[in-house]
Design a protein around this ligand. Structure first.
Ligand SMILES: Cc1cc2nc3c(=O)[nH]c(=O)nc-3n(C[C@H](O)[C@H](O)[C@H](O)COP(=O)(O)O)c2cc1C
Length: 260
């Protein structure tokens, strides 16, 4: 089982002290045949917590209960970064064809810290019958730790922890309008092109957490960190730059202070 990364308490504190800036600049690599030569691709995405810990809105909890999906028990933790996306977007193909190499950067203005997280990103949320999905879940599983629930109880869920329900929980935590965006016309295609499927249009609201069309496109990206760097610029005369590197598949972490 991987050990908790030594930087995690500080990064968590910084993220919770920066409620207005939990977006990430996520860089992936576009490799041939997606592009002629390898090219970096960056975009903003929303940080959705450390997999599988989710700060569920009360309306999400209500929908999960009402639709008889329920909640997973809160028994796992990790330092893997979760975000959500649409499988039709380019970052998904880029991750799949580049071996998942990513850098995720947080600039947390309120605390004057930049965090750069390099590692491997995989995509979950497809049918478990597929080999890619099984491999991705296996990869994420190797980064999970069982929480110490001796003092907190066994996590208060509905039955056993399971992957499909975990993806349902991420979907439920979006507003009905955001859920509807997974039924938009294909992202990145010309607006002059009408989608063949009449169910694909802008501005839809989705209440059904199992909506077939939206769930076909909804995915969770999970990034397992391998190297993490913090830059603290609060004291301009002495910025702090620290790098942590995972060794033996995250069993240990090496920490080095660097000149800024
Ligand atoms: C503030 C903000 C938050 C965003 N959050 C997400 C997100 O969580 N997931 C996502 O896929 N795209 C998000 N986007 C849109 C992406 O920046 C990007 O336009 C989209 O993912 C398509 O990128 P791609 O084709 O390179 O994959 C966000 C954009 C902004 C401005």
């Amino acid at each position: 089982m991987p050990k908790p990364a030594p930087y995690l308490p500080l990064l968590t504190t910084h993220l919770t002290s920066s409620p207005t800036s939990t977006s990430i600049t996520l860089t992936t690599l576009s490799t041939p045949p997606l592009s002629k030569t390898p090219l970096p691709r960056s975009r903003t995405v929303e940080f959705r917590g450390f997999f599988p810990t989710l700060n569920l809105h009360s309306s999400a909890i209500q929908s999960l209960k009402d639709q008889h999906i329920g909640l997973n028990p809160d028994i796992y933790e990790s330092e893997m970064i979760a975000l959500t996306t649409d499988k039709r977007m380019e970052k998904v193909q880029e991750l799949e064809s580049s071996g998942g190499v990513v850098e995720a950067v947080f600039w947390l203005r309120e605390v004057g810290n930049q965090w750069r997280v390099r590692g491997k990103g995989v995509i979950i949320g497809d049918d478990i019958q597929g080999e890619k999905e099984r491999e991705a879940r296996g990869f994420v599983e190797r980064g999970l730790r069982r929480k110490d629930t001796t003092t907190t109880g066994d996590g208060d869920g509905d039955g056993e922890w399971n992957w499909d329900r975990q993806v349902d929980m991420y979907f439920a935590n979006h507003s009905p309008g955001m859920r509807g965006s997974f039924k938009n016309p294909p992202p990145g295609t010309p607006r002059s092109q009408q989608p063949e499927n009449p169910e694909l249009k802008l501005g839809q609201k989705v209440e059904d957490l199992k909506d077939k069309v939206a769930r076909e496109n909804f995915r969770v990206v999970v990034i397992r960190p391998e190297e993490v760097e913090r830059l603290d610029i609060n004291d301009p005369s002495n910025p702090i730059r620290t790098r942590w590197t995972a060794v033996r598949d995250g069993e240990e972490w090496e920490e080095v202070d660097l000149w800024p």
